[in-house]
Design a protein around this ligand. Structure first.
Ligand code: FCB
Length: 449
């Protein structure tokens, strides 16, 4: 298909030249958002299956029951990835699909699915990058307290160990958790994601258990002889004060502590930031002997998901701050410079392992017209963020890869199917996939790389 998007092709190739030849370019998805087949082949319920049944939890009252039906359509989806010239794919493994109750028996058919998926990728020359936990905790574990229960740390470690026993030798990388801040805060304090809790003390304890489970799983997977690079994926953004007021600056510093340093410090230096511990007071987590050593395992890579910057506003500046500029369909400001700013800052403050941007992308109101989706806004979003990434590389940050979120339009959590993040359009009534202009732009960009 020929594209009628002036200039972007030439620009795409020029942009590609700013990256080293071995830079990893990929696309990303996660299990619950695309697989469907939630009741097939013995898969257990996850907390998202349960959450979706709650009236009002999901904006369009939908669920991941069918989603993109990727569980059945994965072969053609892999062909699609290959057709775009993409050589790396980030996916997640559904814990309840491979271990329905989160403890005890593993599911052969569950593991066979991921084994076929990984082999299908390798056969097409696409590197498989796996994430162990992209938010779909087995519901049976939630019934025992979920991530608030320390026993879940051991369950996660056992699950991770079995994954590498079965698949480890074939994986290009393994990330333990995706966005522990989101799991802890949106899932346990804000209550807008599964399991829907609203308690800050629990949320902070959960964040601690997630971090400990990361470290213990990495230890166990390495002890099991797995040589795949291991890391974790954090959601991050620079946090800017809305105004120059003292209080906005203080809020920006605190948010930075809660969102960035709360995860980066323990992972890379072995302790929580003192200002945040002080701020939390009685809500600070209980820490057992050995926990912090466990959290701080040498990382082979750090994954970062970047979508937008955050603006910290207090009191009057909350309503009075300047209207946001260009935003995506999520209402998130388009702010590519935040990506290079964030990376430079992390590089300055920490002794970083190699960094991978594991997610970056945008939702727009796409229209499928005559077999085509023209999405120039998404092309601009992707190209400007990739340019910002090149700027970060120029200043010496060791970034090794970038994954577009997402390959497919999919189940966008509490927003259901109302937000389309794919570079490939999905017609949910027919499951027909249509490559959007942005996917063709990415393909062209990759030809230049
Ligand atoms: C991230 C999630 C991913 C997707 C994007 C839009 O927070 O990791 O699953 O929903 O946001």
């Amino acid at each position: 298909m020929e594209l009628n998007v002036p200039d972007t092709h030439g620009d795409a190739r020029g942009l590609a030249k700013r990256f080293p030849a071995d830079f990893v370019w990929g696309v990303a998805t996660s299990a619950y958002q695309i697989e469907g087949a939630t009741r097939e082949d013995g898969r257990g319920d996850s907390i998202w299956d349960e959450f979706c049944r709650r009236p009002g939890a999901i904006r369009d009252a939908s669920s991941g029951d069918v989603a993109c039906d990727h569980y059945h359509l994965y072969e053609s989806d892999l062909d699609l990835i290959a057709s775009l010239g993409v050589r790396a794919y980030r996916f997640s493994i559904s814990w309840p699909r491979v271990q329905p109750l989160g403890e005890g028996a593993f599911s052969e058919s569950g593991f066979e699915f991921y084994s076929r998926l990984v082999d299908g990728l390798l056969r097409r020359g696409i590197a498989p990058h796996a994430t162990l936990y992209h938010w779909d905790l087995p519901q049976a574990l939630q019934s025992q307290g979920g991530w608030m229960n320390r026993a879940t740390i051991d369950r996660f470690t056992a699950y991770a160990t079995e994954v590498v026993r079965r698949l480890g030798g074939r994986l290009a990388s393994i990330a333990t958790h995706n966005e522990p801040w989101v799991v802890a805060i949106l899932g346990h304090e804000a209550g807008i994601f599964a399991p829907g809790g609203k308690d800050r003390r629990i949320a902070m304890q959960v964040s601690h258990h997630l971090l400990v489970s990361h470290g213990r799983a990495v230890q166990a997977m390495r002890a099991a002889g797995c040589r795949a690079p291991m890391g974790i994926v954090l959601n991050q953004s620079p946090i800017h004060p809305a105004t120059d007021s003292e209080t906005d600056h203080a809020k920006a510093r605190l948010d930075d502590g809660l969102i960035i340093r709360w995860y980066m410090d323990p992972l890379l230096t072995g302790s929580y930031p003192a200002d945040v511990i002080e701020h939390l007071g009685a809500d600070a987590p209980q820490i057992q002997d050995g926990d912090m050593d466990a959290v701080r395992q040498p990382l082979d890579f750090l994954g970062i998901n970047y979508y937008t910057r955050s603006v910290a506003a207090t009191g009057e500046s909350k309503d009075g701050c300047e209207p946001r500029r260009e935003v995506t369909d999520m209402g998130w400001e388009v702010f590519p410079a935040g990506l290079s700013e964030l990376l430079r800052r992390l590089h300055a403050d920490y002794d970083l392992p190699p960094v991978y941007i594991m997610e970056n992308g945008a939702a727009y109101k796409d229209a499928l017209i005559d077999g085509r989706v023209a999405d120039p806004d998404r092309i601009r979003y992707l190209s400007s963020h990739i340019a910002a990434l090149a700027d970060a590389l120029d200043t010496g940050v060791d970034v090794r890869g970038y994954f577009v979120w997402s390959l497919l339009d999919n189940f966008e959590w509490a927003d259901g199917y109302s937000k389309r993040f794919g570079i490939v359009h999905v017609d949910y009534a027919t499951q027909r996939r249509t490559v959007k202009d942005s996917a063709l732009w990415y393909r062209d960009f990759l030809i230049g790389s």
